[in-house]
Design a protein. Structure first.
Length: 311
């Protein structure tokens, strides 16, 4: 009796269902492992910070917050400046509106070799020709400024310091070119945790033998033997147990603790795990690889069962 056509179609359709090959699965697992660290360690983006001056100038700094305490260099640009007035572009202590930003990193750099400040001028004095950089179109400029936590003795993590423009040394009292972008530094790294504790206090002292008194001493009145009157305490060997007047030490050892026992009993150790992000990443990698191998074994077993059922 011939088989129904429907049964043949079902078999043919099942035979043509695509299955993922072990190579494709392995490639996908490896790609996921490689991409995971890149996604978790992406560097945060910082937007430009722009401040406008009283005369319409615009000062832009590529990064103004979270500056590394070990120092960073930022890009600084400006537009709309009066090209008839020279300026300095620098990182300075910000003394507030109306006061000249000072001191500045690099000082007054008329040589143009320091790199901490830049002299921008389209009409400098004769000695400044070739040293000052002229303005660009529309009173523009672009320079790089290094940022550090200290300007001289001033700590810029405590005081406000800013990337500024100010009139050059030919117009020291002119505040029309003052424009500021305040800078903040990243928080300080936490102090490392202590790995051991101080020796414990309160270790009991060793007991000592009681002192003996010289009995039979005659009192001054009545001729009675008073065991406590006019006597000096002595040790069993006859030596006085009173503290030494020069050194203050107790010769019998009474009331003193054994320093060796105290150090041996008082020390305690706190164990700190040394597994860092790298170790955790490798552990995750090994787990993912193990899961991938198990998946491959499962697929191979399923394909063998499929082949046996269709043969």
């Amino acid at each position: 009796m011939p088989k129904p056509l429907l049964s043949g179609r079902v078999i043919a359709t099942a035979a043509t269902i695509p299955t993922a090959t072990p190579i494709a699965i392995t490639t996908a697992i490896v790609a996921a492992i490689v991409a995971a660290p890149l996604l978790t360690t992406a560097t945060p983006a910082y937007a430009d910070t722009t401040t406008s001056g009283a005369a319409g100038q615009r000062l832009t700094v590529s990064k103004s917050t979270g500056i590394s305490r070990s120092g960073e260099t930022v890009s600084v640009s400006g537009t709309g400046y009066d090209t008839s007035k020279g300026i300095y572009v620098a990182f300075c202590v910000d003394n507030g509106a109306g006061a000249a930003p000072s001191p500045c990193g690099g000082g007054v750099d008329t040589s143009g070799t320091g790199g901490s400040s830049h002299w921008i001028s389209s009409n400098p004095p004769s000695y400044g020709e070739g040293l000052a950089v002229p303005y660009g179109t529309g009173g523009s400029f672009q320079v790089s400024i290094p940022l550090v936590t200290k300007i001289g003795d001033v700590d810029c993590t405590v005081r406000t310091c800013s990337v500024v423009t100010r009139a050059d040394h030919t117009r020291t009292s002119d505040r029309s070119q003052d424009v500021r972008v305040p800078i903040t530094f990243a928080a300080a790294a936490p102090a490392p945790a202590a790995t051991s504790a101080a020796p414990a206090a309160g270790t009991p002292a060793r007991p000592t033998a009681p002192a003996q008194t010289g009995g039979g001493t005659t009192g001054t009145t009545g001729g009675t033997d008073d065991p406590t009157a006019g006597t000096t305490a002595e040790s069993p060997t006859g030596a006085s147990t009173a503290p030494d007047a020069t050194t203050g030490a107790d010769p019998a050892g009474a009331g003193t603790a054994d320093s060796t026992d105290t150090e041996a009993d008082g020390l305690s150790v706190t164990r700190v795990s040394t597994v860092g992000p790298a170790g955790q990443w490798w552990s995750s990698t090994l787990i993912l690889l193990a899961l991938g191998i198990l998946a491959l074994l499962g697929l191979s077993a399923a394909r063998r069962r499929t082949r046996r059922s269709t043969s």
